[in-house]
Design a protein around this ligand. Sequence first.
Ligand SMILES: [Zn+2]
Ligand SMILES: [Zn+2]
Ligand SMILES: [Zn+2]
Length: 435
Amino acid sequence: MMLIFPQRRTNHFDDLFSGPPPHGGYGGPPPHGPPPPGVPGRELTSIQPWDPSQSPPPPGFHGTGPLPIDDPNSHDPTYPPPSIHDVRQFQGYEKVGGFGRTQPVPPLVLPQPPSGDPPGMEFDQIANLNKEQCREAMLNYVSEHCCFGKKAARQMEINKILPLSALHYTLETFCENRSTGYVFRPYQGGFVDGPEYGIPPLPWQIPCTFDQMFHDHTKKIEVPHTAVLKRCHGCHGHGWLRCHRCQGRGQVRCGFCHGRGNTQRYDRDRGHYNAPCNTCGGDGHKRCGRCSGDGRITCSVCQGFKRLKCYIELTVAFVNNYDDHILEKTDMPDELVRHVGGTVIMEQTLPFVWPITSYPIAEICNASARLVSDHRQRFAAQKQISQRQQLRAVPVTEVLYQWKDASFRFWVYGNERKVHAPEYPQQCCWGCTIL
Ligand SMILES: [Zn+2]
Ligand SMILES: [Zn+2]
Ligand SMILES: [Zn+2]
């Protein structure tokens, strides 16, 4: 059966989301372009991180007094992000998330569902299996299970074949969500696109396109003209921190002998006796394993680069929202048809789809109407890029057969001709134990 309706396409979405940039443009030069000539203080060459060989620790740094006991399980200290109070505020970014947090930004204009006549919908027909194809599928299934006996599959008498194709309706709504938040990175040199280069474009004015429609993925973009350099708050701009494990001493007391240099041992001939500690070689102290004796370690916040670049980051999340409905009338579990091949009877991709109304099976039309309406409501506040609906027929054949005077059933499903045979009579090593 082939049903054809007149085709009419409306594409409101393109009118709303393409076209010229907003009045005033996107706010100046591109984020990674070179700075205008004559602007001082912007290193274009890369900066080297701090390294203990650059200069020794300041005089008196190592300190005196008893050495701390070594703790090999100690962790590097952690630092909170920079203070949000001294980063700049930008127009249109009043609700930006703080460091490490993002705040959703609702779109200013939303595409609206179209009105008018639905576009044409065509429905194809589906094919069925015969007895021999069903037996072959069962034999393949049995051979995949090494302890199943083949005899039943070869000898079974197929009494009846019921072709009962399942219908699988899917609806996908592909949306774009944007959020902003402050981030910081160790500044390793290069152009800093700060507020002096222009007014930052608004979150939804920044161009960003998806890589693949109907696939979840996320993109992160530095918002132009929001970057500032800050002295690292972890190390106060030194690039290094006092080593927490030795407290800057470079040496630690041996944790095994507690600094005594020797340990008590025992053997049958000598009884208890003192011997040099194996861990520290009898010194009672050893070089710190974290800072290699320098007393300083690279700052974990700036990774030794001394300064941080702070800027607003735009997160663009492309999300595919998927729902489906399976119409499957046999006793086979319905969900088996979800991930197997079938025949596409109808597929449509539009900015907004119309629900199916003209398919001869009412349950499909009802499911389509319900899911389309549900997606309209659920994603009403999101920027919807496209919708796709698909109706597939997945072949499901119920086979009734007899073997050794007993009746059984199995199902062949999917283009792959997978078999669901929970009642198969020769399971559990029948094939290898019965002659
Ligand atoms: Zn020791
Ligand atoms: Zn140390
Ligand atoms: Zn630092």
